[in-house]
Design a protein around this ligand. Structure first.
Ligand SMILES: [Mn+2]
Length: 337
């Protein structure tokens, strides 16, 4: 829960700042970009200077969340060392250093106060003001509350940005993070002009063939582990090379693991540069894969978490499965009387 006083403090900090730099996590998603776009629109309206700098490139399907083509990628479009220090830094949809690789200098070295708006479990002490509500289905839910507190009006564009974040993080209201509040917010955003059909088409009917081919290759690697309770997927560097797909094309791919009947834990392993492997985990209700990710210095949510590890795919798989087995055993332990 976030207190009213916290919202007031955040609104006051935003009002005070003449220049604001905003950022979100690596592999920016609809929630992070939608949150940033909504806040940016409000701040620009108030006559402020706003820079949105993200750690890694933005997938083309999210271009509608950056209509002015204003979002810059750190290191590629902007040299953080040369950036004029802003009056305030706003981080949306993460509060974890690990998710900010590439924009740490902005957050750590500019000397400006930091406002973090997030709904993830992992909260590093990086913010002066933290609006963190792990019960919120998406960061846009918190951003919407903040805009309401500030007396901002939700116009058609802003409604679309917030709606995109909401459906992105709830997978179109299918995940257990939804509540009556989620649907009430969705209804009010549609009333304000958000167009679900159009947003669905932008987000989901815009894949390129390279991505579809990568997904086909990835699905072929699916194999069960730990008595069929875990479904594992491997992505090698060669698959990216051969299909022409990029890492951004793996977003939501892990959900394919969970489609196999009886699967309790989905594990996707992606080979990246060097001997690095990106580990993504999903699980059914009642299990906790965040505990697994944390053993590898990762983070996320109870049922959707991630980390990085070093070694071959098979080596990392064995290590992660050992941790998953503990989690499964914990969950199966009978409750104490
Ligand atoms: Mn989110």
């Amino acid at each position: 829960m976030i207190s009213n006083a916290d919202y007031q403090a955040a609104v006051a900090a935003l009002r005070r700042a003449r220049s604001v730099a905003m950022t979100t996590h690596v592999k920016p998603d609809a929630d992070g970009l939608g949150s940033a776009a909504a806040l940016r629109r409000w701040l620009l309206d108030a006559g402020k200077t706003v820079d949105v700098v993200v750690p890694t490139p933005v997938s083309e399907k999210y271009a509608f969340l950056d209509p002015d083509r204003d979002v810059k990628v750190a290191g590629r479009d902007v040299d953080l060392a040369a950036l004029e220090p802003p009056d305030l830094i706003v981080i949306v949809d993460t509060a974890a250093w690990q998710q900010l690789e590439g924009v740490e200098p902005l957050v750590a070295e500019s000397g400006a106060p930091v406002l973090a708006i997030d709904h993830h479990q992992t909260v590093d002490p990086l913010a002066d003001i933290a609006l963190v509500d792990t019960d919120a289905a998406a960061t846009v839910v918190i951003v919407h509350r903040l805009l309401m507190q500030a007396g901002a009006s939700i116009d058609e564009a802003t409604a679309g940005y917030l709606f995109a974040g909401l459906v992105g993080d709830t997978d179109w209201f299918r995940l257990p993070n939804v509540s009556p509040e989620t649907f009430r917010l969705a209804a009010s955003l549609v009333e304000a002009g958000a167009n679900p059909t159009e947003i669905h088409a932008r987000l989901h009917l815009s894949d390129d063939l390279a991505k579809m081919r990568l997904w086909g290759r990835a699905v072929e690697t699916l194999h069960p582990a730990l008595d069929d309770r875990v479904m594992v997927m491997h992505l090698t560097r060669a698959m990216f090379r051969e299909t022409g797909a990029d890492v951004g094309d793996t977003e939501n791919l892990i959900n394919e693991c969970m489609r196999v009947r009886g699967t309790k834990v989905g594990l996707m392993l992606v080979e990246t540069e060097g001997e690095q492997v990106r580990v993504s985990l999903r699980c059914t209700p009642g299990l906790n894969v965040l505990k697994v990710a944390e053993q590898f210095d990762g983070g996320g949510h109870t049922r959707a978490a991630g980390a990085r590890a070093t070694g071959s795919l098979d080596h990392v798989e064995a290590q992660v499965l050992a941790a998953v087995e503990e989690t499964l055993a914990d969950a199966e332990e009978p409750e104490n009387p």
